[in-house]
Ligand binder design. Structure first.
Ligand SMILES: Cc1cc2nc3c(=O)[nH]c(=O)nc-3n(C[C@H](O)[C@H](O)[C@H](O)COP(=O)(O)OP(=O)(O)OC[C@H]3O[C@@H](n4cnc5c(N)ncnc54)[C@H](O)[C@@H]3O)c2cc1C
Length: 378
């Protein structure tokens, strides 16, 4: 990011240079707009720790058919988006298709597995497969002998979010977007036309419109129409190193683990309502390691390379706000646990709305089955 000097004029001001902000900047700049991205380099941003799983069906619940469809479409579009991003920038994001295998190690977990099987297959129409213990072990060598059964959900993937953000930044710059270091404190429409932004160092920005993509900090930005109801949710996660580990995502209870091409093993994650405190706490580190070792006993021999927490952007229903808040002020925030999955889909929805190709329908652009939020009454 370039450290900014005096006051600034731009076309589209993007508040936040995480995956959502940079994906938007890249598309808007490619469409010919003058784009400036403001980002203070927040160390606890979600993308800096995110696992990067793309798993539309795994956490889907009753009544979420439309949401599931949207998430599946987002994943279906991923390969072409990744391919063009990698070709353009030369930065590999480690996108890899996989399955998710939910595992049961005791009777309660097996009962829960059966409940998920019926929900996914009968209610949501997802293709799933029940596995006995030998089938689980065949798919994921190294599993505990205590594994009783598994549930395989296909059509998943994972990638490295840090590389994704690096690639999006390179691409946005190449398309002409300017990246400026700065924390936006306030955004408001101005009467004649356009918007005014205030940075916390006193600089002012005038733009034709602004998009708030500041992750969990989106709710801290003052101005119009009111503060977004985005809340911070801490996510603690571990990274380990091994020779070989299941590239399929293994799920058990509230814990997931999988290996990447470069030998990194991701073990996550907590979801804690602790405000903006991104400390890593002993209890969660212990719980994650205990769960990981319960599922794959040899994990106890792996080197721990990182224990870290980041702040997820939660909302009242944990679905994102994507749309117009007030004339010229847009939001693309509150992606909670699905921001990496929805990175390209969010940017494309906003691009199409700003280009007038689709109507900007309140704040539910990316959550068609949720109650519609009124413009000013968020
Ligand atoms: C442990 C963990 C695991 C996760 N796993 C997954 C997963 O497997 N799959 C998935 O899809 N999602 C996952 N997520 C969620 C995902 O990371 C987020 O939904 C996603 O990063 C949201 O992107 P964002 O750009 O909105 O916010 P962030 O990634 O938080 O980025 C926000 C950006 O805004 C900047 N900013 C903050 N305040 C301001 C301000 N006032 N002015 C300007 N800029 C500002 C920050 O510096 C930052 O760069 C996970 C999150 C965590 C914490």
């Amino acid at each position: 990011m370039t450290p900014g000097g005096g006051d600034i004029e731009t076309g589209i001001a993007i508040v936040g240079g995480g995956p959502i902000g940079l994906a938007c900047a890249r598309l808007f700049a490619a469409d010919g707009s003058a784009v400036t991205v403001f980002d203070p380099g927040e160390a606890d941003a979600a993308w800096r720790v995110s696992a990067g799983m793309l798993t539309p069906a795994v956490e889907a619940d009753y009544g979420e058919t439309a949401w599931l469809e949207l998430a599946r479409q987002a994943l279906a579009d991923y390969p072409k988006n990744v391919e063009s991003l990698e070709r353009e920038t030369g930065v590999g994001v480690m996108f890899e298709r996989c399955s998710t295998i939910a595992l049961a190690l005791d009777a309660d977990e097996r009962a829960e597995l059966l409940r998920r099987y019926e929900l996914l297959r009968d209610v949501l129409g997802v293709e799933v497969e029940l596995l006995d213990a030998p089938a689980c072990r065949e798919l994921a060598p190294g599993l505990s002998p205590r594994v009783l059964a598994g549930l395989r959900v296909g059509d998943c993937a994972h990638l490295d979010p840090r590389r994704l953000v690096e690639a999006l930044g390179v691409s946005a710059r190449a398309a002409g977007a300017e990246l400026v270091e700065g924390r936006v404190a306030h955004v408001e429409p101005i009467e004649q036309a356009g918007v005014r932004l205030l940075l916390d160092d006193g600089r002012t920005v005038r733009a034709s419109c602004a998009v708030i993509c500041a992750g969990a900090w989106s709710g801290e930005i003052g101005g119009v129409p009111s503060r977004l109801p985005v809340r911070p949710v801490r996510g603690q996660i571990l990274r380990l190193r091994s020779g070989a580990f299941s590239r399929d995502i293994l799920h058990c209870g509230g814990t997931y683990m999988f290996g990447r091409d470069d030998g990194e093993v991701v073990l996550g994650a907590s979801a804690e309502e602790r405000g903006f405190d991104a400390s890593t706490i002993a209890g969660e580190t212990f719980r994650l390691l205990e769960e990981g070792i319960r599922v794959v006993p040899e994990l106890r021999e792996y080197a721990v390379t990182e224990v870290r927490a980041g702040i997820r952007p939660g909302t009242p229903d944990n679905r994102p706000f994507v749309g117009e808040l007030a004339p010229g002020v847009f939001a693309a925030a509150g992606h909670y646990r699905t921001g990496i999955l929805l990175t390209f889909a969010t940017a494309e929805a906003l691009r199409a709305a700003l280009a007038g190709e689709i109507p900007v329908s309140g704040l539910n652009l990316l959550a068609p089955d949720r109650e519609r939020f009124a413009h000013a009454g968020v």
